[in-house]
Unconditional design. Structure first.
Length: 136
């Protein structure tokens, strides 16, 4: 039996993690692999741990956006700088997440979809020499 390529493996784990997101509009997942391709974290977008939002919070997407913690930010909280080689995300990271990924010394980002909002991630990754792989 042939094994999955590591990028596909990490992306599939990110997709599974996305399913845990409570966001009814967009569920996003991320997975981190170390330099030996060991999984060192999986995460999804949502609110901070153990926080119960007020009733009706999920009804207005625009009002709740500023409170959402992105999957990439949740993922980066799980390990230290220079411990991760590859981050796989179900969406191309936003500008803020791209700069955080660069700050963590991550050398590769694999993503599946391009989000419907503007992002400078591609430019940021190119500037910092981070390999960006669009996997379908």
């Amino acid at each position: 039996m042939k094994k999955l390529p590591w990028d596909n493996y990490a992306l599939q784990l990110a997709r599974v993690a996305a399913g845990q997101s409570p966001d009814p509009y967009k569920q996003v997942g991320a997975c981190a692999l170390d330099f030996k391709n060991k999984v060192i974290g999986v995460a999804y977008n949502g609110l901070i741990s153990n926080f119960e939002p007020p009733q009706g919070f999920w009804d207005d997407r625009d009002k709740r956006r500023k409170y959402m913690v992105h999957a990439e930010a949740n993922l980066l909280s799980l390990f230290k700088r220079d411990e991760c080689k590859t981050v796989a995300c179900t969406l191309l990271p936003c500008t803020s997440c791209a700069t955080m990924i660069a700050a963590y010394g991550i050398r590769r980002v694999v993503y599946n979809e391009v989000y419907d909002r503007d992002t400078n991630a591609q430019e940021i990754f190119k500037f910092y020499g981070i390999e960006l792989v669009h996997a379908l």
